[in-house]
Write a protein that binds this ligand. Structure first.
Ligand code: TXA
Ligand code: MG
Length: 318
């Protein structure tokens, strides 16, 4: 199959209506999209990504009007978060209706819903009569794509079309929030909206991200976002010059190492800049002729928490 990269929303829509997959830009990362209500399109997503079928998918919709058809209930805290952060990098876990294929939720009784803010994603979703299931458009376990070119590097020949929406403005996946009974609202994945901002809207939350032993989020395995070479994550004071190593830095160069082997995530010290650069810089360091990557831990506040989480997973070996 030939993979075309282009800007044609109509072509993307026609392919999706025919049950094919299209990579789409969102403000977080590129998604590998298919008709969420068509089980054979959903199956294609799992096959193309080589993703285990126990890892549930996020369903993307154009607007809140589309949601009552998909979920049984919309708790008050969910409504507050939706009001504050949609469209944007927020995913809500809500009790699913029967219309959602089992494959999407891997049998869980909640479905993950998101309204993305990227203008091309919005235009495409508004044009379609169905929602889009879309995991990040990378092969399972690998670094998430933040440009159309990144998608092409992993999925060329596997999908017919990549809708090119430029660089993702957030650069980290959405924050996933659920509302378990008899418990505080819970963040299951740190992401593009910091914990502090969520708490400003609904008060205290529980943060219980990404553990493979967490049955509510079976897909959140430990080793993920992984470059091909070994990556070590260190406290800033423990980072020392080493041969044959590429460095991922927060805001300054490490003395004693060639600058060509270092990338600075945020020269402006803004964690949003660091988030936007994270995945593409990991790819660039992976492509250098060194043997390992050393990343320094970022300040553990705001988006720094989500970035450190991704780096921990990139460093994990199992
Ligand atoms: O920003 C994003 O969320 C991107 C863009 C494309 O929207 N999508 C994304 O999808 O990151 P994916 O498939 O790479 O990650 C979805 C995560 C998985 O870790 C999965 O386990 C979790 O969402 N998830 C989905 N449905 C769930 C559910 N019902 N309960 C718990 N976790 C769920
Ligand atoms: Mg992913």
């Amino acid at each position: 199959m030939d993979t075309t990269i282009g800007y044609d929303i109509e072509q993307a829509a026609l392919l999706l209506e025919g049950g094919d997959l299209v990579a789409i830009p969102t403000e977080t990362v590129y998604g590998l999209a298919g008709n969420a209500l068509n089980p054979s399109a959903v199956l294609k997503i799992f096959e193309t990504k080589r993703r285990p079928s126990f890892d549930p998918l996020i369903v993307h919709v154009a607007s809140v009007e589309a949601i009552p058809d998909l979920v049984l209930d919309f708790p008050e805290d969910a409504a507050k978060l939706a009001e504050a952060f949609w469209p944007g990098p927020l995913t809500l876990l809500l009790p699913r209706k029967e219309i959602i294929p089992d494959l999407i939720t891997s049998g869980l009784d909640t479905v993950a819903i998101r309204i993305p803010s990227h203008p091309l994603a919005s235009a495409l979703l508004s044009r379609l009569p169905f929602p889009l299931a879309a995991p990040s458009a990378n092969l399972f376990g690998q670094v998430s794509p933040t440009t159309a070119r990144h998608v092409q590097q992993q999925l060329d020949g596997l999908i017919p079309y990549i809708l090119d929406g430029g660089n993702c403005s957030v650069g980290l996946e959405s924050t996933i929030v659920g509302f378990p009974e008899n418990s505080l609202p819970t963040i299951y994945r740190l992401g593009g909206i910091p914990v502090e901002e969520i708490e400003r809207v609904i008060g205290q939350v529980r943060v219980q991200p990404h553990s493979s032993s967490n049955p509510l989020a079976p897909g959140m395995l430990k080793s993920h976002y992984a470059p091909r070479k070994p990556l070590q994550l260190l406290n800033p004071e423990d980072v020392k010059p080493t041969d044959n190593t590429s460095y991922l830095r927060f805001c300054n160069y490490l003395d004693g190492v060639d600058k060509s082997h270092q990338l600075i995530l945020a020269p402006d010290e803004d964690l949003r800049t660091a988030a936007r650069n994270l995945f593409s810089y990991l790819r660039m360091l992976d492509d250098q002729s060194t043997q390992t990557i050393i990343a320094e831990q970022l300040p553990d506040i705001g988006l720094g928490k989500a970035i450190n989480d991704r780096l921990k997973r990139a460093a994990a070996t199992e």
